[in-house]
Design a protein around this ligand. Structure first.
Ligand SMILES: [Zn+2]
Length: 151
């Protein structure tokens, strides 16, 4: 989570909402890192999780991340939950809850929806205060381009 937090802080440099993610393989080695790059790239899909998952799959030359754990500072949204399921990632660890858009137990629980063919173990609230504080400070300080930056 420390490395994910570092990635989240780096997102501030491009005025992106500070969310960071890492993908760790079965031996504990980091195989993907990502930060929210939506503003940087003007790409609505460039969430930290998607960036990290793409890098991990590229590194393994295999889209099946069946041995991996995704660690992210904020509860994944619906899109990212979809990407996690598509990559067959078995375990997700996240920091702060996202009461407005979370899809790992708050608004939705896509990752543990038994109707789907893949279910994910979810560990929530790891270093939640540090992860949430970054976001609270970002929005409070107005480093955010109004509606354009709404997550
Ligand atoms: Zn997302």
């Amino acid at each position: 989570m420390g490395q994910a937090l570092d990635e989240a802080r780096a997102a501030l440099e491009t005025d992106d909402v500070p969310v960071g993610a890492v993908v760790v393989d079965g031996s504990g080695a980091i195989i993907g890192v990502g930060r929210n790059e939506r503003e940087l790239r003007q790409d609505p899909t460039a969430h930290a999780e998607v960036v990290a998952i793409r890098q991990a799959a590229w590194k393994l030359d295999d889209w099946h991340l069946t041995d991996a754990t995704l660690v992210v500072t904020l509860e994944p949204c619906i899109m990212c939950a979809g990407a996690i399921l598509a990559a067959r990632i078995p375990r997700v660890v996240f920091g702060a809850w996202d009461d407005k858009a979370g899809a790992a137990g708050s608004v939705y629980d896509v990752l543990r929806d038994r109707r789907l063919n893949h279910s994910v173990e979810v560990v929530a609230g790891i270093e939640a205060d540090a992860c949430g504080e970054l976001l609270t400070t970002f929005f409070r300080d107005g480093r955010w381009g109004g509606a354009r930056g709404a997550r």
